[in-house]
Ligand binder design. Structure first.
Ligand SMILES: NC(=O)c1ccc[n+]([C@@H]2O[C@H](COP(=O)([O-])OP(=O)(O)OC[C@H]3O[C@@H](n4cnc5c(N)ncnc54)[C@H](O)[C@@H]3O)[C@@H](O)[C@H]2O)c1
Length: 456
């Protein structure tokens, strides 16, 4: 068995070589991991549930600055009859925003999951990688473009594994479509679409009551609870594609970004911003409330286009401030056919009736990904229709096997850097910008590893 130092230097060499095919690096590793979790809020608790369900993970450290959230996480540990982890972040003196650094010093930690507000991800991940603690980071990787370069450089310098925990890549239909893409059913891919189209108005505002995080009021910031406490501020001061990875992740995997392809250009357009103000003033009946008079900067619908080296275009839409049912709006289109998730349908030339949609179910059954076939029962009851099981599983299994992360540092920084680039594009009059090549040329020779078999 490899020792930890050897493992880290191998991973480092792998990261620098860039072209590491996943199976060749996979080797006997550890059977069991000791993991920590920074941020035990709403998302942290979903991830914690997945960790607690596993026999190969011991949750040995939890950190949050909010006693109620930390208390809820500990109650979950007790409910699963697991040993109580070391806790950090809350003391009689109040919350300590830097207590996570003490967690990172805890002996024998095999990895840490970060599920805190966006603006903390980059610095926490950098500190963890510098402490040689492998990172599973919730979306996003950073806020500014510089954050993304800093996260990347730290990963390269330290050689510490880093995975972006982008769960939508593991959605069952998304994975079936990836199988179909790989089998050539769509012919040569030409255009893809995705997005984050989710009415978050009731998430962005509440009355600060921990028992009612959704839709209970019109407060945000210090008077809000959970995401209203931090996420809404981004809608107030930023205008761009604020949450790109759920949409871009599956599209990027389908066209092999960083594995023979790359993003070359980006531009974004933003509509006017009306939804949040209208929600507070008219829908919640709080016309005189100061939050009804704020000028939210985030356009209600932000449309981003990316061009790829191999000629595909990818369109993303961010739409979180208007009434609408949830939909990520996926579309995969090639010379032989098209899939759209919104109507659960597909058209494959030569198989489908001309000019008609076919129901997707028969294709779902036939091309169901081996990972899903193998673990569907284990994923039963996991968050987001089961995909949260798979994203945690991938991180844990890759760490155990000392294998490269299936959603790696280059994916993380490029998918997430769409945000600052789209902000820049909008601020500069919807200008088309060159997309930075975070791989510095390695994209030409790297090979796909994501979900090639039923292991990760
Ligand atoms: N992949 C998904 O499907 C999905 C779903 C929801 C949220 N998320 C992501 O998860 C992250 C967390 O979102 P959430 O909904 O749990 O928000 P949340 O506000 O409910 O939880 C964040 C937690 O971080 C804690 N925190 C803040 N500063 C801290 C610090 N310095 N040290 C330790 N803890 C600190 C807060 O007290 C809070 O409990 C975000 O990045 C969000 O985008 C992902």
């Amino acid at each position: 068995m490899l020792n930890r130092r050897h493992f880290l230097s191998l991973s480092s060499a792998a990261a620098l070589a860039g072209a590491t095919a996943f199976p060749t690096l996979a080797r006997a590793g550890r059977e069991r991991l000791r993991l920590g979790l920074i941020g035990t809020g709403m998302r942290g608790q979903v991830l914690l549930k997945e960790l607690l369900r596993r026999d190969d993970v011991e949750v040995v450290a939890l950190c949050d600055i909010e006693p109620i959230m930390l208390g809820r996480a500990l109650a979950m540990v007790d409910k699963h009859k697991k040993a109580r982890p070391q806790t950090y972040g809350v003391s009689d003196a109040g919350g300590d925003p830097f207590a996570y650094r003490k967690l990172l010093e805890q002996k024998g930690l095999d990895g840490v999951i970060i599920a805190t507000p966006w603006e903390l991800h980059a610095s926490m991940a950098i500190d963890a990688m510098n402490a040689k603690v492998p990172v599973g980071c919730e979306v996003v990787a950073g806020v500014t473009l510089q954050d993304h370069w800093d996260v990347l450089r730290t990963q390269q310098r330290s050689g510490t594994p880093y995975m972006l925990l982008e769960n939508v890549c593991y959605r069952r239909d998304v994975m079936a479509v990836l199988q179909m893409v790989r089998a050539g059913l769509f012919g040569e891919l030409v255009h893809l679409q995705g997005g984050y189209q989710h009415d978050l108005r009731a998430v962005k505002f509440n009355n600060g009551d921990p028992a009612k995080p959704y839709g209970s009021g019109v407060e945000f910031g210090a008077k809000g609870w959970s995401e209203a406490r931090w996420r809404t501020q981004h809608s107030l001061t930023r205008n761009g594609e604020l949450y790109p990875s759920h949409g871009i992740g599956p599209c990027a995997m389908a066209v092999n970004i960083h594995r023979g392809n790359r993003f070359t250009h980006i531009n974004s357009f933003a509509s006017k911003a009306r939804g949040l103000q209208d929600y507070v003033g008219r829908k919640m009946g709080a016309k005189e409330h100061p939050n009804a008079k704020l000028g939210f900067k985030l356009g209600d619908v932000v449309t981003t286009t990316l061009a790829c080296e191999n000629g595909e275009t990818i369109l993303l839409q961010h739409d979180t401030s208007l009434p609408r049912p949830y939909s990520l709006g996926f579309r995969v289109q090639g010379t032989d056919g098209i899939w759209m998730d919104v109507n659960h349908s597909i058209h494959i030339e030569g198989r489908s009736k001309p000019h008609q949609w076919e129901d997707f179910q028969a294709y779902q059954d036939r091309y169901d990904h081996p990972l899903w076939k193998k673990y569907a029962a284990a994923a039963e009851g996991a968050g987001h229709g089961g995909m949260d099981f798979f994203v945690v599983h991938a991180f844990v299994e890759a760490l155990k096997a000392n294998a490269p992360m299936p959603i790696d540092i280059y994916d993380a920084v490029a998918w997430s850097a769409i945000t600052p680039l789209s902000e820049q594009s909008i601020a500069e009059g919807f200008k088309t910008l060159a997309f930075p090549d975070f791989t510095e040329g390695l994209w030409k020779t790297r090979k796909p590893i994501f979900a090639l078999d039923d292991r990760y």
